[in-house]
Design a protein around this ligand. Structure first.
Ligand SMILES: [Fe+2]
Length: 311
């Protein structure tokens, strides 16, 4: 990041263009606003902490899933503290996004799976969030529906342009939905475990989504049933309870289909470190603020229990 900021200063650039997945896009967002704001990066963490807009930024995403191309959100890893800092400020919103599914055709399967489930999680969390509203619901439902229609095909046949275009659109809609209604417990729990074990964001989300949904659905059965119907795993006439049960099965099977692993099977994740760190990870999850948007509120000890279930 420091190198990127130096390059911006040296070239006296009036515009930044960033190409890639969520990490380069988030990095460019923070480089762009650094010019016009003072203080340490850690002071930018949280809601509305970056007061001034920086150089205009154009984003060109090459993955369909992080949704960073159109949001006010940036997640930057603080490697000294093992914390993923989430920044949510209007000056981080890119000036323009060029969303072209052609650029996502060469994504490998594992990346397609991880960012695809991340997009699904954005749609789901935007739809069940306590901060949801009439503007975000249609975007969230459309995002979920598109994932239901296209993710498996995009994973099975990466050259399928229709599926890739569907996932690109889903990603953009999911981004617009969640940054106006906030993400919830999955993202709250995903960031700290990702920081400690250096897991890709989409992988840690995918691991947690079925467990967190099983914990949460009874506090908002109508909303989770809406998710199930949008995904196409429950009929319009099914009861909310039956639809939620179908959703739980669907999420489990989707992870199996996409060959997404459990936490215990991820590289560099050891039970010893997990046991040592799980209390800190749970405390960082609560500190992020995202769990407060969840339909069902977990205590810190409950979050520890959910991590253990996802193990
Ligand atoms: Fe995400």
């Amino acid at each position: 990041m420091a190198e990127g900021y130096r390059a911006l200063e040296q070239h006296d650039a009036g515009l930044l263009v960033t190409v890639g997945g969520g990490s380069p896009i988030d990095t460019a967002k923070v480089i762009a606003v650094r010019q016009a704001n003072v203080g340490q990066l850690s002071e930018y963490m949280g809601l509305h902490k970056i007061p001034n807009p920086g150089a205009p930024l154009v984003t060109i995403p090459t993955t369909a899933g992080t949704d960073s191309e159109c949001t006010k959100v940036a997640v930057i890893a603080d490697t000294e503290r093992d914390v993923k800092m989430i920044m949510l400020s209007a000056p981080l919103i890119p000036r323009a996004a060029i969303v072209d599914n052609e650029l996502s055709l060469s994504m490998p399967k594992r990346l397609t799976a991880a960012v695809g489930v991340d997009t699904l999680t954005h749609g789901v969390e935007a739809y069940v969030s306590k901060k949801r509203n009439a503007m975000t619901d249609p975007l969230a439902l459309s995002c979920i529906k598109l994932v239901g229609e296209h993710l498996r095909t995009a994973w099975s046949n990466g050259e399928d342009r229709k599926a890739r275009a569907g996932m690109m659109l889903a990603a953009c809609q999911g981004g617009l939905a969640f940054y106006n209604s906030s993400v919830c417990l999955v993202h709250g729990m995903s960031r700290p475990i990702g920081a400690v074990f250096h897991l890709p964001h989409g992988i840690s989300n995918a691991i947690l989504l079925p467990t967190v949904t099983a914990f949460s659905w009874e506090s908002a059965p109508d909303r989770y049933a809406g998710v199930a119907r949008a995904l196409g795993c429950a009929s319009q006439t099914a009861s909310d309870r039956d639809a939620c049960q179908a959703l739980l099965k669907y999420l489990q099977k989707l992870n199996e289909f996409l060959e997404l692993t459990q936490l215990s099977q991820c590289q560099n994740v050891t039970r010893e470190t997990f046991d040592q760190q799980v209390e800190k990870i749970a405390s960082d999850a609560i500190a992020s603020g995202s769990p407060a948007n969840n339909p069902r509120q977990p205590s810190q000890s409950k979050i520890v229990g959910l991590y253990k279930q996802a193990w």
